[in-house]
Design a protein around this ligand. Structure first.
Ligand code: NAD
Length: 256
């Protein structure tokens, strides 16, 4: 049995992944604000430390996989705290436990939004590991009506951190495969409010064109994440794979 920690396990993609892995016989240690083996708030330093500690306790100190799925959208500073700092702290905090496993794998969840315009100060502060500066810049962006850059900034920063880290001695050097899935629009409680409003839906369809099969069910993203953390994935490192109905190819088609 492989033991895999999944954040955001109570809803949407994380929940679908948890169910899929359990059905395949893996042991999953879920991390979420509610209804999880490890209840923790990944927006705070204490919460992140508690999450790492809780997972280490339950796993006995060795982990075969970690998937950082918890996140939120919206023009909020909180998105930067959870989507970037929460995800990185969880992956870094559990890295030593992964290094003890025989075929360790880790994955994060990016977004097609990571290809959209970002707040450069927020992005740079994230990559510098300076949460205070990132939060300050994010608050300012919200004040100035540029809050919608924060979700893309958090996901772009996560993708850059991942590409940089995955090939370092700490990850690849320890035999840990680290990659991400970047979804387009997925039918989850997070995206549900967008579908309630005809105008919002139109804006979204234009921002995220999905020529292949349209919006995805959460299980589609879960299947891809499950492969990333499976033993079969022995040689992929630092990749952000778009499972987005072709949106990235449409939006960035000319950049190869
Ligand atoms: P969701 O809202 O259904 O699930 C997210 C989960 O994360 C929830 O259970 C929530 O409680 C948890 N979470 C949020 N803040 C947390 C915190 N501070 N501490 C601990 N847990 C916290 O959303 P989803 O659509 O399943 O999203 C999962 C991931 O997929 C996110 O990272 C999101 O950015 C990404 N994503 C979603 C879509 C989409 O269209 N739904 C598209 C691209 C990327």
């Amino acid at each position: 049995t492989r033991t895999i920690a999944v954040s955001g396990s109570a809803s949407g993609i994380g929940k679908a992944l948890t169910e899929l892995l359990r059905a395949r016989g893996d042991e999953v240690i879920g991390i979420d604000l509610v209804e999880a083996e490890v209840v923790a708030d990944l927006s705070t330093e204490e919460g992140r430390a508690g999450a790492v500690e809780g997972v280490l306790e339950r796993s006995g100190g060795t982990l075969d996989g970690v998937v950082a799925c918890a996140g939120l959208s919206g023009p909020l500073t909180l998105a930067v705290k959870v989507n970037y700092f929460g995800a990185v702290a969880l992956l870094e905090g559990l890295r030593p436990a992964l290094a003890r496993a025989e075929r360790p794998r880790a994955a994060a969840v990016g977004s097609i939004s990571g290809t959209q315009p970002v707040d450069e100060i927020v992005l740079r502060s994230c990559l510098n590991g300076d949460e205070r500066a990132a939060v300050e810049a994010a608050d300012e962006a919200v004040d100035k009506g540029r809050g919608r850059t924060l979700y893309p900034s958090s996901k772009a920063a996560l993708a850059q951190w991942l590409r940089r880290s995955a090939v370092s001695p700490a990850w690849a050097g320890e035999g840990i495969a680290l990659n991400a899935i970047a979804p387009g629009v997925v039918l989850t409680p997070m995206s549900a409010p967008l579908f309630a409003d005809e105008r919002m839906r139109k804006v979204m369809d234009e921002a995220v064109p999905m020529p292949l099969n349209g919006y995805a069910d959460a299980v589609v993203i879960a299947e891809a994440l499950a492969w990333l953390v499976s033993p079969a994935n022995s040689h992929m490192a630092g990749q952000v794979i778009y499972v987005d109905g072709g949106a990235e190819a449409v939006l960035r088609g000319s950049e190869v």
